[in-house]
Ligand binder design. Structure first.
Ligand SMILES: [Zn+2]
Length: 115
């Protein structure tokens, strides 16, 4: 058996998840710092049209909510690692194939339950 949960390198998974989470957090904080000058710039200089500025803002908002969702998923995966539930499908309890976890280490469900 090479594609089983027991073959997972939990330490490596945890490390990768923690790294990704701190990168996301840093990106999110950088965005907060960026947001104000963009708005001020748009009002005082008028380089961007209002529509452009709104579009940029909507895009960064969408990016930010994707980041937040990803951070929640990472937190949940880290909790499952702690609880010893990591690598089991949250719905049917089966092993999630290691290959699937390689592709997305935060996935809580097997492919059957996901679809
Ligand atoms: Zn399942």
């Amino acid at each position: 058996m090479t594609d089983r949960r027991s073959d997972l390198d939990f330490k490596a998974v945890r490390g990768a998840l923690e790294t990704e989470r701190s990168e996301l957090r840093a990106a999110s904080q950088a965005l907060v710092a960026d947001r104000k000058p963009v708005i001020l710039d748009q009002q005082s200089v008028g380089r961007l049209s209002r529509m452009d500025a709104l579009q940029v803002q909507a895009m960064s908002k969408a990016q930010e909510s994707r980041r937040q969702a990803r951070m929640l998923a990472i937190d949940a995966a880290l909790k499952r690692l702690e609880d010893g539930a990591y690598g089991y499908c949250a719905e049917c309890g089966d092993d999630i194939p290691a290959k699937r976890l390689d592709v997305d280490p935060v996935t809580p469900r097997c492919i059957e339950c996901m679809s």
